[in-house]
Design a protein around this ligand. Structure first.
Ligand SMILES: [Zn+2]
Length: 282
């Protein structure tokens, strides 16, 4: 562990004074059950001093709220029901989510949205559960943390109905095409970019699009433990992704936009802190 910390230490990167915000970390995942604290420690050492922990169902949302409290001031949480879990949503769960949204460390409603790629829940159910959570987001005043796969048109239609009353919304792990990107930017949504952009097999279509995302709409995330950046060298022995690896995403975005890593770090951090309304004390 220690060796690994040294290897990916903050000093490796050129933007030592700039800290990063990882807007999507699945810290409740069982892949982290043995060393959660070390994972957070390594992230902080790598300069990733703010992590938003994703809640993807009711139970997990409770857990991430607890973890965010445990790992304050580095971690915050979201509370919501992922479209995969939409089929299991109950009225009681909405009440719990609503209560969680009032906790100070819970900074967004979600993960919520539509996934017509895997269709783990029937589409009409996904849509209904998405709408109910958008309503919770509106009522809480918190932004929405959204998931969308192969459902861009319906997603945009639904969110449009709520947009005027929503403080903000981010489409996390954006992997779609230019048309979808502009559809979202037209609705004044934020865009979350993951290590998908570091994937030479399936992420290169995103490269020319990166320039089209305004700095005040672009945020970055590892989606750890998933999506280990394929550009990483050397690769960690475990194929598990960690928030400490966020700088690899910064590197790719910098290369593709012609900006410096320091500037990408600064811009994405500022955008995330504004979006999630985090303390601007730094
Ligand atoms: Zn997602």
């Amino acid at each position: 562990m220690r060796e690994c910390t040294r290897f990916y230490s903050f000093a490796q990167w050129g933007f030592m004074k700039q800290t990063l915000v990882d807007i999507g970390v699945n810290l409740t995942d069982k892949q982290f059950s043995g060393d959660r604290e070390a994972v957070v420690e390594r992230a902080v050492e790598a300069g990733v001093t703010t992590m938003i922990l994703t809640g993807t169902n009711c139970q997990e949302s409770i857990e991430v709220a607890e973890l965010a409290e445990q790992f304050a001031p580095y971690c915050y949480a979201t509370a919501g029901i992922h479209p995969h879990d939409a089929k299991n949503a109950t009225d009681e769960q909405y009440i719990t989510i609503k209560e969680l949204l009032a906790f100070p460390q819970v900074v967004a409603a979600g993960e919520m949205g539509l996934d017509f790629n895997r269709d783990f829940s029937p589409r009409p159910v996904q849509e209904q559960v998405f709408e109910q959570q958008l309503e919770l987001a509106v009522n809480s005043g918190l932004p929405a943390f959204c998931h969308e796969r192969d459902a861009s048109e319906r997603f945009a239609e639904i969110i449009k109905e709520f947009r005027d009353d929503l403080s903000g919304a981010v489409v996390h792990c954006f992997t779609a095409d230019k048309k979808a990107l502009y559809r979202y930017l037209d609705l004044d949504l934020h865009i979350g970019i993951t290590g998908w952009v570091c994937d030479e097999r399936r992420g290169t279509h995103l490269h020319p699009l990166l320039k089209n995302i305004p700095a005040d709409r672009l945020m970055i995330e590892t989606d750890a433990p998933w999506l280990l950046p394929r550009s990483m060298s050397p690769k960690p022995k475990k194929r598990r992704n960690e928030p400490a690896f966020l700088p690899w995403i910064v590197k790719t975005i910098a290369e593709q936009t012609g900006k410096t890593e320091a500037l990408i770090a600064e811009e994405t951090s500022l955008t995330a802190k504004r979006f999630f309304n985090l303390d601007q004390g730094e």
